[in-house]
Write a protein that binds this ligand. Structure first.
Ligand code: BGC
Length: 371
């Protein structure tokens, strides 16, 4: 009898302990600040983050910054006013630093999400993908698509280069990863760059010339149109390094308005495995994309927030802490934060099933891609 009472007591204690810890996080607000909606992935990120946070018993609110840092700062301010204990921030540019400083002063846990929060020493954690590898994969797909291994200096292939937003730290890693693969072919003379050629992003002047402010599709489209009537007027392009899917499709649109490329597009890279680009890959237009499973990123981010808020040791399955050369990914310019990296996957026509099987698309989209 005594034994049963003791067991019951232990069970009761355990139950009330769980109740208390659930209640502890139940009222806790996590503010989720996403940068923009003109690139589809962020809408998905916002939804996944909210779902994951609520599944762990948090309150979650999502706001989108419309590619305007002042707007996002107002949104973050409002999270702080509402008493948020954690912020998950995909920022637009370094103008975010002032509100992050305020969050730091209030002991609010800040996690840089996908994009680093630059020029800030007021936070400690960053969760993202291996962004250098994203660029490596983009370039490797171009090498394969052009069969560059068999190309000769007598008949070189022509490529033109695009980069993402110069306000987004990721854009530099994507580009440098890509050039780490392409430069040796350029040096051998089997690949020729048409238009500006920054050998790495450290060549800021030329990088700026190929960059796409705020990842705006119309900017990339116009730049491609200008290339076609200037630098690329008298050559046929065999490849375009495009930093993401939204821009890849804008570049394809511009190319299609040039008779030389209709039905005969260059090898074009991408990133994000957006549905429209998956369809384009299926139809043999865009050549590749890089699949970053943002559902996993969102899950990892909320787990990280949960561990920080509960003073637990950080342990994020599926992510590695950036060390060695990769530690630069966590360099804010003011300090090194702990950067946890997930692994990106290259997708071409042959393995479109990978994002489909991962459940990345809605049912009707998956069906369409499978057929
Ligand atoms: C993200 C990409 C995205 C781009 C434009 C980058 O920071 O890593 O996935 O395509 O922003 O939104």
């Amino acid at each position: 009898m005594k034994k049963i009472t003791a067991v019951l007591l232990v069970l009761l204690l355990a139950a009330s302990f769980t109740a208390v810890s659930c209640k502890g996080s139940g009222g806790t607000l996590i503010g989720i600040a996403m940068p923009e909606t003109h690139v589809m992935r962020w809408v998905k990120d916002g939804n996944s983050l909210k779902t994951e946070a609520e599944a762990k018993g948090y309150r979650a609110e999502v706001q989108y910054g419309n590619a305007n840092q002042a707007d996002q700062n107002t949104q973050i301010q409002s999270f702080l006013t509402q008493g948020a204990k954690a912020l998950i921030v995909g920022c637009i540019n370094d103008g975010v630093a002032s509100v992050i400083a305020e969050a730091g002063r209030g002991n609010v846990a800040v996690i840089a999400y996908d994009r680093i929060i630059p020029n800030s020493a007021d936070y400690n954690y960053y969760i993202t993908f291996n962004n250098f590898k994203v660029g490596v994969l983009q370039a490797e797909s171009i090498v394969a698509g052009l069969n560059l291994g068999a190309a000769t200096a007598a008949a070189p292939k022509n490529i033109t280069l695009f980069a993402g937003s110069p306000t987004d730290g990721n854009a530099f890693f994507f580009f440098d990863g890509a050039m780490s693969i392409l430069n040796p072919y350029i040096d051998r003379g089997v690949l020729r760059v048409v238009g500006p050629y920054p050998r790495t992003s450290a060549d800021r002047d030329n990088f700026q010339r190929i960059a796409t402010e705020n990842w705006q599709a119309p900017v990339a489209k116009t730049r491609m149109e200008n290339l076609l009537s200037n630098d690329a007027r008298d050559v046929v392009l065999d490849a375009v390094l495009a930093p993401n899917d939204t821009l890849a499709r804008a570049i394809i649109e511009a190319l299609k308005s040039d008779a030389r490329y209709r039905g005969n597009l260059p090898v074009i890279s991408g990133q994000d495995a957006e549905y429209d680009s998956a369809v384009s890959i299926k139809n043999g237009e865009q050549y590749s994309t890089v699949f970053k499973d943002t559902a996993l990123l969102a899950r990892a981010a909320i787990l990280l927030a949960d561990q920080i808020l509960n003073n637990q040791p950080i342990n994020i399955p599926g992510a590695v802490l950036a060390t060695g050369d990769l530690a630069e990914i966590g360099n804010t310019g003011r300090k090194y934060v702990q950067a946890y990296l997930l692994d990106p996957i290259l997708v071409t026509r042959g393995n479109l099933n990978v994002p489909v099987d991962a459940g990345f698309y809605e049912q009707h989209q998956a069906t369409n891609l499978r057929n």
